[in-house]
Design a binder for this molecule. Structure first.
Ligand code: FRU
Length: 441
């Protein structure tokens, strides 16, 4: 089976969100939304990959696929939990009310309904799609409570002696909302409350709620958020949240940070790593399909694993120590050979200074890091090409990870991260680089 390093990519054809990310019985398991037949979105399956270190990944094929009336048109996003040594997988089960006659992998006019389901695996390698699935929350048809179509992406966790589930939803496709459920056995779920907030888009997808020290952090992917009068289609956000486990009361602030200040990162999911660090991984959306050396078409990849920390009320996403380790084992290269191998560049810039990585331009302007990918995004219509961070207070330490289709810039130790999908990077770097490292696969 396909092996990959640093970034998990579609083994072939299409992937989107990370699902069921967990350290379980000595291995990291990462599942992902997968359409195995073509490099486009379609009937969703869960693909499966494992890793010892979050750096080297091995694809294991398809774990979950549609097999029941309630999930016959898609096994949508969800999460994983370990209980009694078993792996519990939770997902959204999709059933089309009407199928597009020209493409059976799409619902006709968004006519579909969603329920929540689970599958229990005894070992994390065998998934009995015929006997081990169970529908746990039927379609909710009362729109005061939820939305029959857009209620999805169960994230499940244990807090105290109880299990909680957060779901993304909408109020009449106008206001994002999150639903909370609770359970004592992680199988039978009871509705516990909800939080609506118009600042969180029209539909909220892939919510995640977890503790970092004494605080709760919320991460979510709102669709159609309005920012500075600009309509961002979908952009992952994070904020410190108020969550009271006793009555499952959740409240989200009206202002948030972006998980990433680029334009492509979406649907993040977190879990604890082997050492108890909170690690985030997310899908990088690709507007154009790429090709492997063997000529296989692939679309969709994951960002580097990032450690979530809170520093003075600010949420940071740091380089994971295993990624550090992988690059530190390497001999620093003076003249970086800018080929197909991933590499890392470190530098500190000043106001007005520029860097050009194979056509991807970075500069410091008005106290922000600004990027322009127009030269490495040619022919792609309808997508923004420039992005910037908020003001940085005069400090511009950049730690940049480059690979043929992705550039990730960690700024000031991950106080902000800005990442972009790119195509056809040219083989040059210009500007002041203090350290360049390349990795061994
Ligand atoms: C987010 C999302 C999820 C959904 C999945 C379907 O990218 O739309 O809300 O479960 O993708 O593939």
């Amino acid at each position: 089976m396909t092996k990959q390093v640093l970034h998990l990519k579609a083994p072939e054809n299409w992937i989107n969100d990370p699902n069921g990310f967990i350290y379980y019985k000595g291995k990291y398991h990462l599942f992902y939304q997968h359409f195995p037949y073509a490099p486009v979105w379609g009937t969703m399956h869960w693909g499966h990959a494992v890793s010892d270190d979050l750096v080297h990944w091995e694809h294991l094929g398809i774990a979950l696929f549609p097999s029941k009336e309630y999930d016959k048109n898609g096994v949508f996003s969800g999460s994983a939990l370990e209980k009694d040594g078993k792996l519990y997988l939770y997902y959204s089960a999709v059933r089309y009310l009407e199928t597009d006659p020209e493409n059976i992998h799409h619902a006709f006019r968004e006519q579909y309904e969603t329920s929540q389901a689970m599958l229990i695996s005894a070992d994390g390698y065998h998934f009995d799609n015929w006997h081990a699935k169970k529908q746990i929350i039927p379609v909710i048809r009362d729109d005061v409570m939820a939305d029959a179509t857009h209620t999805r992406d169960p994230k499940v966790w244990k807090e105290g002696e109880e299990y909680f589930m957060i779901l993304g939803s909408t109020y009449r496709e106008e206001t994002g909302r999150a639903l909370l459920y609770r359970s004592s056995d992680a199988i039978h779920w009871e509705y516990a409350g909800q939080h609506r907030n118009p600042k969180y888009g029209r539909i909220l997808e892939c919510p995640d709620l977890f503790r970092v020290g004494e605080q709760h952090v919320f991460i979510g992917s709102p669709m159609y958020i309005l920012e500075d009068g600009l309509e961002y289609r979908c952009q992952a956000v994070c904020a410190l949240a108020e969550f009271r486990p006793e009555d499952a009361a959740l409240s989200l602030p009206d202002t948030y940070q972006f998980v990433d200040y680029g334009l492509d990162l979406y649907a993040p999911q977190t879990n604890l790593d082997q050492e108890g660090r909170r690690v985030m991984i997310a899908w990088m959306r690709m507007p154009r399909t790429a090709e492997t050396e063997e000529g296989k078409q692939w679309n969709g990849m994951m960002c580097l694993p990032r450690v979530v920390e809170v520093e003075e009320g600010h949420i940071c996403f740091r380089v994971h120590p295993e990624v550090e380790k992988w690059f530190s084992r390497e001999i620093p290269v003076i003249a970086v050979s800018v080929g197909d191998r991933p590499y890392r560049l470190k530098t500190t810039l000043k106001e007005g200074e520029k860097l050009d990585i194979g056509g991807y331009r970075i500069r410091i302007s008005e106290d922000r890091v600004e990027t322009d990918r127009s030269q490495v995004y040619e022919g792609i219509k309808g997508h923004r090409v420039t992005a910037s961070t908020p003001k940085l207070g005069g400090e511009y330490r950049l730690d940049i990870f480059v690979e043929p289709n992705l550039i990730e810039i960690f700024i000031n130790d991950g106080a902000y991260v800005l990442s972009h999908v790119v195509y056809d990077l040219k083989p040059y770097i210009s500007g002041r680089i203090e350290q360049a490292l390349t990795g061994r696969s």
